[in-house]
Write a protein that binds this ligand. Structure first.
Ligand code: BMA
Length: 329
């Protein structure tokens, strides 16, 4: 029997392929921008009432600071209409925590408020923290200010209250490791009841030391589906890959299943090479009209926006086959 040499650049046929990269990838980059931009990546995503896909892209300028800019497309892949100027900029005079920019938005439609809530990283002198803003149209925004003090990021609001309170997934950073937590609030401004949800593993695991929510939690018939990123530190830098977990619908602090293997990671050139090599970093998803198709929008190597598609049912089936209840070590 002959063996063909396969390096890490090639797709292994021995693991399930859960996500299909769109052939048009990368779908957006700085070259598409109507005003000077250094890089465009890590976009939040939602569908507007008329079915248009809206991406709220992180745009980095040549100062190294980021702002957010909306891009709209009927099919969610091509013909993007990009706002001619920044849609949501840092406001460091009124919000000093935004001194060095706003990054990595996660968008949640909140039926109770009839508004979208955008959780984003506010980067200031004290480090990255989590801030929240509300909008009805992605043109005007009401800021709630800093809701999780530094160092904290990778946050998204849940669309519904949990036991009477708003709930937010976030990722505080600690010397002991950076883990996924949930916090609760009666009014979106005051937060407490912090509870650990998903811990980074240790040692040689792909998700050792640092994990974080990627897109907002995805509602499924079985509970909240979580796509999270795990960071592996190597001699030549960090590897940002994605894993899956399923959280209890009524009590999202409870992990029902967590996979051991990562399910998506840097392979394509636009994921392997960029400002930060070897990064796949989704901040948003949209769900198809069938309630199952999942469009995952992700940053490639901190340099572009790319799209991968999958099915919620496919991810749940994989978790049933490969997930464990207690898989924290
Ligand atoms: C994380 C975040 C992301 C970024 C990633 C890789 O900590 O800051 O915005 O894509 O690092 O650089």
């Amino acid at each position: 029997m002959t063996h063909r040499a396969t390096g890490p650049m090639s797709v292994s046929t021995h693991y399930d392929v859960l996500f299909d990269r769109h052939p048009a990838n990368p779908i957006l980059s700085a070259a598409d921008w109507p005003y000077p931009a250094h890089s465009v990546f890590n976009a939040g995503a939602t569908r507007l009432t008329d079915g248009t896909t809206l991406l709220l892209c992180r745009v980095e300028d040549r100062r190294g600071h980021s702002h957010l800019c909306a891009a709209r497309s009927v099919d969610g892949v091509t013909d993007w209409t990009i706002d001619p100027r920044p849609t949501f900029e840092a406001d460091p005079v009124r919000y000093p925590e935004e001194l060095w920019g706003v990054e990595d938005p996660r968008i949640t439609w909140v039926p109770e408020l009839a508004q979208w809530a955008i959780a984003y990283t506010a980067f200031g002198r004290a480090g990255p923290g989590v801030a929240l803003a509300l909008t009805r149209d992605f043109r005007t925004f009401e800021r709630c200010g800093l809701v999780m003090p530094p160092d904290d990021k990778d946050a998204a609001l849940l669309p519904y209250r949990v036991h009477g309170k708003f709930a937010m997934i976030h990722r505080p950073m600690h010397d002991s490791g950076s883990h996924v937590w949930i916090s609760y609030s009666p009014d979106l401004r005051n937060w407490g009841g912090r509870t650990l949800v998903l811990a980074a593993r240790r040692g040689g695991w792909w998700d050792a030391n640092k994990v974080g929510l990627s897109p907002p939690l995805i509602e499924s018939p079985r509970g909240w589906l979580m796509i999270y990123h795990g960071v592996r530190h190597t001699a030549s830098g960090s590897l940002y890959r994605l894993g899956l977990a399923l959280l209890d619908r009524e009590n999202p602090a409870t992990v029902l299943l967590r996979g051991d293997a990562w399910v998506f990671g840097p392979e394509a050139p636009y994921e392997r090479f960029g400002d930060v090599d070897n990064v796949t970093f989704p901040c948003g998803v949209t769900v198809g009209t069938d309630g199952d198709l999942l469009n995952v929008y992700y940053g490639g190597a901190d340099s572009c926006v790319a799209l991968a598609t999958t099915r919620i049912s496919r991810l749940l089936a994989w978790l049933d086959a490969h997930g464990r209840i207690d898989s924290s070590n």
